[in-house]
Design a protein. Sequence first.
Length: 570
Amino acid sequence: MTPIATSNGAARGVAEGRPRILIPEKVSPDGMAMLEPHFDVDVKLGMTPEELISQIPGYHGLIVRSETKVTEEVLLAGKKLRVVARAGVGVDNINVPAATSRGIIVVNSPSGNILAAAEHTIALLLATARHIGRADGSLKQGGWERSKLVGIEVGRKILGIVGLGKVGMNVARMAKGLGMQVIAVDPYANPDMARQAGVDLASNLKEILPVVDFLTIHTPLLATTLDLVGEEEFKLMKKTARVLNVARGGVYNEAALVKALDEGWIAGAGIDVFTSEPPKPDSAAGQITKHPKVVATPHLGASTVEAQENVSIDVCTQVLEILRGGLPTSAVNAPIILPEEYRKLQPFVQLIEKMGRLYTQHFVRTKGGLVGGRNFELIYHGDLAGMSNTKPLYAALVKGLVASFSDSHVNIVNAALIAKEKGIKISETHSHQPGEQTYANLVTLRAAHAEDGSGEQIIEGYASGKRLYISKLDRFNATFTPEGTMIFLHNYDEPGKIGGVGMVLGSHGINIRFMQVASLDEDSKQAEADAMRKGNEALMILGIDRLVDEEVMEGLRRSEGVLDVVLVQL
Ligand SMILES: NC(=O)c1ccc[n+]([C@@H]2O[C@H](COP(=O)([O-])OP(=O)(O)OC[C@H]3O[C@@H](n4cnc5c(N)ncnc54)[C@H](O)[C@@H]3O)[C@@H](O)[C@H]2O)c1
Ligand SMILES: O=C(O)[C@H](O)COP(=O)(O)O
């Protein structure tokens, strides 16, 4: 990857005249006032994509919100572009990989509009409870429909929150202030922070759907959160329940939401975001905006004077810093390490990021392990133990741990802040055991409950040149390269197991790239023998050529002697 931010950023600064900044959306003037003494700032609203492509070649910086699509075509045309700044949280409207490959740094404001989004969620919660949208509309049409608009109180009602992150946690606190009971689903949340906020953590979505009076989702839009709530989930809810979306269009399946409202599976919805914005009239999103049971707003979650001041000042400060050759505070695509460290540390940065991803996807699924509120220990062996600067390795672990459930963009500048935000505690140990029998440059990742250190989970790995290997996963000794799509099948070590698994996968046309059977480590074998348990456990590790659906996973889980099956993407 082309290093973006260099320590001698000035060399990549802007050679000719005053740099020029283009702002094609409404951004608060407070931040712009910081830029105008140093740069030529042009605000050009309402441009078409073609007009943006024709204008961008003359600019060094571009500041957008969520409406401007910063496509690869725009970035290719931006011959002088050094920075694209998102005055907000979500960067789904920016082709970040294309920016990275062209050495253009992307920054955002991860926290500037969080309170605004939380308050808008509460506004929609109350509006759906008291039919505010229909009441206002009918009055404006000359009506006086008091008997048809009897609402419900929210006090003592149950609010379900999916995603207890920055926005979700603020919504929880506000709802508690309204006298609501709050239950949340977030496998990565920090249990201590939830408990302190009076929020009960549930283990999965289907557990809370039948009991909540209101449901609100505050997750990023990821492959794992797209269509999180569909017809099956809506049918589980109370007919009096209301749903809210101030996160991203698509976390509720929009066609299913229209059907749930039409069929009376739920009573109402408060929706601020849509899969296409503005919604096309004949789309499901368009039907939602017109539905009588919906209170809809045009992506206003961050549209307050205060939030826009916050995000504008935040990103303009970073633009100023970058164009002066400095490093930003909230870079979306800055490298974990700077060029000079690249050669030596890069293999271990990649290895430890993979270990973090493997932990989150494997242990959270099999052991109900949490990320927030756990103590992680990174133990460096061999030559690594002598490294003084291990900040890139710390940042790589934070990035790997959060990558599966958040769109936070971790880099060496913000890693410690994001870890604190997620309640992730990481200690680093340099192991200088004399004569230690270990792979050169071995890394051990231990995770345990923060309170009592119980429930320890271990992953070990090492790098050989540019090749990365995992050498231990939980209680099993294994040597495999952590890459691509993988299945981990925990089973009793009996004859015919391999054939059975091959049959299930083969019958679904899934090609096995490699397979390995990992055995228990010596301590665990002894424990099995002491416990006189039948048959040793084993861990079958398969690399496959593509993602598999739930039907295949269930087929594997139903195989004789299988204890658990996990699908992982690394
Ligand atoms: N409508 C608006 O104007 C507006 C304003 C601000 C933020 N947002 C959006 O709100 C969303 C949340 O923002 P944030 O800053 O709170 O993000 P965040 O990263 O702080 O929190 C997201 C939370 O979701 C959790 N999560 C991820 N996948 C999950 C899953 N499958 N099940 C349960 N929990 C899961 C994560 O663990 C994390 O705690 C983002 O999409 C952001 O773009 C919208
Ligand atoms: O991701 C965000 O910050 C919000 O969706 C706000 O988007 P906006 O800047 O277009 O209001």
